[in-house]
Design a protein around this ligand. Structure first.
Ligand code: HEC
Length: 182
Protein backbone atom coordinates (compact mmCIF):
# COMPACT_ATOMS: atom_id res chain seq x y z
CA UNK A 1 0.00 0.00 0.00
CA UNK A 2 2.77 2.41 0.99
CA UNK A 3 4.69 1.49 -2.17
CA UNK A 4 1.62 2.21 -4.27
CA UNK A 5 1.14 5.62 -2.65
CA UNK A 6 4.80 6.41 -3.15
CA UNK A 7 4.46 5.48 -6.79
CA UNK A 8 1.39 7.67 -7.14
CA UNK A 9 3.20 10.61 -5.54
CA UNK A 10 6.17 10.05 -7.81
CA UNK A 11 3.92 10.04 -10.83
CA UNK A 12 2.15 13.20 -9.70
CA UNK A 13 5.49 14.95 -9.20
CA UNK A 14 6.62 13.85 -12.64
CA UNK A 15 3.42 15.09 -14.19
CA UNK A 16 3.64 18.41 -12.36
CA UNK A 17 7.23 19.00 -13.36
CA UNK A 18 6.32 18.19 -16.95
CA UNK A 19 3.49 20.74 -16.87
CA UNK A 20 5.82 23.24 -15.18
CA UNK A 21 8.42 22.65 -17.89
CA UNK A 22 5.91 23.48 -20.59
CA UNK A 23 4.45 26.53 -18.90
CA UNK A 24 7.89 27.83 -17.88
CA UNK A 25 8.94 27.81 -21.49
CA UNK A 26 7.70 31.36 -22.01
CA UNK A 27 9.70 32.11 -25.15
CA UNK A 28 7.65 34.57 -27.21
CA UNK A 29 5.70 32.92 -29.99
CA UNK A 30 7.55 34.20 -33.04
CA UNK A 31 5.18 34.41 -35.95
CA UNK A 32 7.59 34.12 -38.85
CA UNK A 33 6.83 36.45 -41.71
CA UNK A 34 5.91 34.49 -44.80
CA UNK A 35 5.90 36.15 -48.19
CA UNK A 36 2.48 35.46 -49.68
CA UNK A 37 0.76 36.36 -52.94
CA UNK A 38 -1.46 38.71 -50.90
CA UNK A 39 1.48 40.56 -49.39
CA UNK A 40 3.13 40.85 -52.81
CA UNK A 41 -0.12 42.16 -54.34
CA UNK A 42 -0.28 44.80 -51.58
CA UNK A 43 3.19 46.26 -52.24
CA UNK A 44 1.89 49.03 -54.49
CA UNK A 45 2.87 52.24 -52.75
CA UNK A 46 4.69 54.08 -55.51
CA UNK A 47 7.79 55.96 -54.33
CA UNK A 48 9.90 56.59 -57.43
CA UNK A 49 8.88 56.47 -61.08
CA UNK A 50 10.42 57.01 -64.49
CA UNK A 51 13.99 55.97 -63.70
CA UNK A 52 16.02 55.79 -66.90
CA UNK A 53 19.70 55.26 -67.64
CA UNK A 54 21.97 54.53 -64.68
CA UNK A 55 21.45 57.27 -62.07
CA UNK A 56 22.73 54.98 -59.30
CA UNK A 57 25.92 54.13 -61.25
CA UNK A 58 25.40 50.41 -60.77
CA UNK A 59 24.94 48.78 -64.12
CA UNK A 60 28.29 49.66 -65.63
CA UNK A 61 30.26 47.93 -62.89
CA UNK A 62 31.86 45.02 -64.74
CA UNK A 63 33.25 43.61 -61.51
CA UNK A 64 29.77 42.85 -60.29
CA UNK A 65 27.71 42.45 -63.38
CA UNK A 66 30.13 40.48 -65.54
CA UNK A 67 29.77 43.07 -68.27
CA UNK A 68 28.13 46.43 -68.65
CA UNK A 69 24.40 46.13 -69.16
CA UNK A 70 23.51 47.98 -72.37
CA UNK A 71 19.87 46.88 -71.97
CA UNK A 72 19.51 49.21 -68.99
CA UNK A 73 19.41 52.15 -71.42
CA UNK A 74 16.25 50.78 -73.02
CA UNK A 75 14.32 50.40 -69.77
CA UNK A 76 12.16 52.68 -67.64
CA UNK A 77 11.82 51.61 -64.00
CA UNK A 78 9.19 52.30 -61.35
CA UNK A 79 9.64 51.48 -57.67
CA UNK A 80 6.99 50.37 -55.17
CA UNK A 81 6.85 49.26 -51.58
CA UNK A 82 4.40 48.17 -48.91
CA UNK A 83 5.60 50.93 -46.57
CA UNK A 84 5.01 54.67 -46.63
CA UNK A 85 7.85 57.06 -47.42
CA UNK A 86 10.36 57.15 -44.61
CA UNK A 87 9.05 53.98 -42.96
CA UNK A 88 11.90 51.93 -41.51
CA UNK A 89 12.96 48.69 -43.21
CA UNK A 90 11.62 45.91 -40.98
CA UNK A 91 10.88 42.19 -41.37
CA UNK A 92 7.97 42.14 -43.81
CA UNK A 93 9.18 45.16 -45.80
CA UNK A 94 8.75 44.55 -49.52
CA UNK A 95 10.40 46.50 -52.34
CA UNK A 96 9.44 46.13 -55.99
CA UNK A 97 11.05 47.35 -59.19
CA UNK A 98 9.06 47.08 -62.41
CA UNK A 99 11.03 47.56 -65.62
CA UNK A 100 9.31 48.61 -68.84
CA UNK A 101 10.44 48.89 -72.42
CA UNK A 102 11.22 52.61 -72.73
CA UNK A 103 9.60 52.87 -76.18
CA UNK A 104 6.59 50.58 -75.92
CA UNK A 105 5.93 50.83 -72.17
CA UNK A 106 5.45 47.05 -72.07
CA UNK A 107 6.51 45.38 -68.83
CA UNK A 108 9.81 43.48 -69.11
CA UNK A 109 10.20 42.10 -65.60
CA UNK A 110 9.40 42.67 -61.97
CA UNK A 111 12.07 42.20 -59.32
CA UNK A 112 11.34 42.03 -55.61
CA UNK A 113 13.31 42.23 -52.38
CA UNK A 114 11.75 41.09 -49.14
CA UNK A 115 13.23 41.64 -45.69
CA UNK A 116 12.70 38.60 -43.48
CA UNK A 117 13.17 38.08 -39.77
CA UNK A 118 16.64 37.85 -38.28
CA UNK A 119 18.09 34.41 -38.85
CA UNK A 120 16.36 33.86 -42.20
CA UNK A 121 19.66 34.05 -44.06
CA UNK A 122 22.69 35.73 -42.53
CA UNK A 123 24.76 36.18 -45.75
CA UNK A 124 22.02 38.31 -47.34
CA UNK A 125 21.09 39.99 -44.05
CA UNK A 126 17.72 38.23 -44.29
CA UNK A 127 16.81 39.60 -47.74
CA UNK A 128 15.02 37.33 -50.18
CA UNK A 129 15.12 38.06 -53.92
CA UNK A 130 12.55 37.33 -56.63
CA UNK A 131 12.76 37.83 -60.38
CA UNK A 132 9.58 37.53 -62.44
CA UNK A 133 9.67 37.93 -66.21
CA UNK A 134 6.63 39.49 -67.86
CA UNK A 135 4.00 36.77 -68.28
CA UNK A 136 1.13 37.51 -70.68
CA UNK A 137 -1.07 34.96 -68.88
CA UNK A 138 -0.94 36.94 -65.61
CA UNK A 139 -3.81 39.31 -64.82
CA UNK A 140 -1.78 42.31 -63.68
CA UNK A 141 -4.91 44.16 -62.57
CA UNK A 142 -5.27 41.49 -59.88
CA UNK A 143 -1.57 40.82 -59.32
CA UNK A 144 0.22 44.08 -60.14
CA UNK A 145 3.60 42.65 -59.11
CA UNK A 146 3.16 39.30 -60.86
CA UNK A 147 2.66 35.79 -59.56
CA UNK A 148 5.00 34.78 -56.77
CA UNK A 149 7.12 31.83 -57.89
CA UNK A 150 7.14 28.67 -55.83
CA UNK A 151 9.92 28.37 -53.24
CA UNK A 152 11.51 25.48 -55.14
CA UNK A 153 12.14 27.75 -58.13
CA UNK A 154 15.48 28.77 -56.68
CA UNK A 155 16.68 30.23 -59.99
CA UNK A 156 14.10 33.02 -59.74
CA UNK A 157 13.37 33.14 -56.02
CA UNK A 158 15.44 32.87 -52.86
CA UNK A 159 18.77 33.87 -51.38
CA UNK A 160 21.07 32.40 -54.02
CA UNK A 161 20.25 34.73 -56.90
CA UNK A 162 23.88 35.75 -57.06
CA UNK A 163 23.61 38.63 -59.52
CA UNK A 164 21.04 40.35 -57.34
CA UNK A 165 22.94 39.57 -54.15
CA UNK A 166 26.32 40.74 -55.43
CA UNK A 167 25.06 44.02 -56.80
CA UNK A 168 22.75 44.93 -53.92
CA UNK A 169 25.42 43.92 -51.40
CA UNK A 170 27.40 46.99 -52.49
CA UNK A 171 24.73 48.98 -50.62
CA UNK A 172 24.84 46.79 -47.50
CA UNK A 173 26.75 49.27 -45.37
CA UNK A 174 25.27 52.51 -46.63
CA UNK A 175 21.62 51.87 -47.46
CA UNK A 176 20.40 48.53 -46.10
CA UNK A 177 21.08 46.70 -49.42
CA UNK A 178 18.84 49.15 -51.29
CA UNK A 179 19.77 51.59 -54.04
CA UNK A 180 16.79 53.88 -53.74
CA UNK A 181 15.37 55.56 -50.67
CA UNK A 182 11.67 55.40 -50.17
C1 HEC B 1 24.19 45.54 -61.46
C2 HEC B 1 23.44 45.89 -60.29
C3 HEC B 1 22.08 45.30 -60.02
C4 HEC B 1 21.67 44.01 -60.17
C5 HEC B 1 22.43 42.83 -60.72
C6 HEC B 1 20.32 43.96 -59.64
N1 HEC B 1 19.93 45.19 -59.21
FE1 HEC B 1 18.21 45.63 -58.26
N2 HEC B 1 18.64 47.60 -58.42
C7 HEC B 1 19.81 48.13 -58.91
C8 HEC B 1 19.70 49.58 -58.98
C9 HEC B 1 20.77 50.53 -59.46
C10 HEC B 1 18.41 49.90 -58.52
C11 HEC B 1 17.78 51.30 -58.42
C12 HEC B 1 16.69 51.50 -59.47
C13 HEC B 1 17.22 51.43 -60.90
O1 HEC B 1 18.21 52.09 -61.24
O2 HEC B 1 16.58 50.71 -61.67
C14 HEC B 1 17.79 48.63 -58.16
C15 HEC B 1 16.55 48.54 -57.58
C16 HEC B 1 16.01 47.36 -57.12
C17 HEC B 1 14.83 47.26 -56.29
C18 HEC B 1 14.09 48.43 -55.68
C19 HEC B 1 14.72 48.76 -54.32
C20 HEC B 1 16.08 49.40 -54.44
O3 HEC B 1 17.10 48.75 -54.13
O4 HEC B 1 16.15 50.57 -54.86
C21 HEC B 1 14.59 45.95 -56.10
C22 HEC B 1 13.46 45.34 -55.31
C23 HEC B 1 15.61 45.21 -56.82
N3 HEC B 1 16.47 46.10 -57.42
C24 HEC B 1 15.70 43.84 -56.87
C25 HEC B 1 16.65 43.15 -57.61
C26 HEC B 1 16.63 41.72 -57.86
C27 HEC B 1 15.61 40.75 -57.32
C28 HEC B 1 17.69 41.45 -58.65
C29 HEC B 1 18.09 40.13 -59.25
C30 HEC B 1 17.11 39.47 -60.08
C31 HEC B 1 18.40 42.70 -58.88
N4 HEC B 1 17.73 43.70 -58.23
C32 HEC B 1 19.56 42.81 -59.59
C33 HEC B 1 20.92 47.41 -59.24
C34 HEC B 1 20.95 46.05 -59.46
Amino acid sequence: MIIREAQQIKMAVCLLSFVALISCNDEPETQSFILSQESLDAATISYQTGITGDPFSAFSDEQIFGSTDPAIESKTRNLYSNGQAGAPVVPGSIFVRRAYNKNTNVLINTVVMVKHEEGFNEPTKDWEFVNMAYDPTVDYSLHPNGILPDLIQTDIRGVTLNKCVNCHKTKADTNNWLFSTR
